[in-house]
Design a binder for this molecule. Sequence first.
Ligand SMILES: [Zn+2]
Length: 177
Amino acid sequence: MERDGFAIPLNGLAHEKWKSGLHVGKEFFEKFGNTEISDASLQVTLEAWKSGSSVLVDCLAEGSISVPCDRCLDLVSIPVDVSAGLRIRFGNVSGDDKEEDEGEREVVTLEEAVPEYDMSQVVYDYVCLSLPARRMHPEGGCNKEMLGYLKSGITLPGGDGGSEESPFSVLNGIFNS
Ligand SMILES: [Zn+2]
């Protein structure tokens, strides 16, 4: 019953859980046009089952992604551990069914009968939202050479004969060494 790993087969779901496990790499994020994520290794687990006239979906993404550090620009690995719950409702079904509603689920209403629901956008959104606003190495873990250069770009080195050097000459030193 497993087709594309992200597509939940809405028709034919039973009360027993449908499960899908898949590995997500950086190509997944590239597909969404995200070039900030330089590397990714995530294990995504999807579970879906029928509850009344709704379909409930549990989604879990665990692993790590790598993005440039805000401080030194080297890659920093960020652990990811997100879970999301969805309740897919069908617009053509009248009445509220409140059963098994833990109140934590994001409700998705589908106006038309579609054979499957693609979870890849949901997974992408949740993973991106889980990333911290500031992505940095722990204190002391940054690339010191790069930090030195970046710092010198802001406060120019003072007075020992090097004051006429272009800031880029510092960069040459880094890449030739
Ligand atoms: Zn850093």
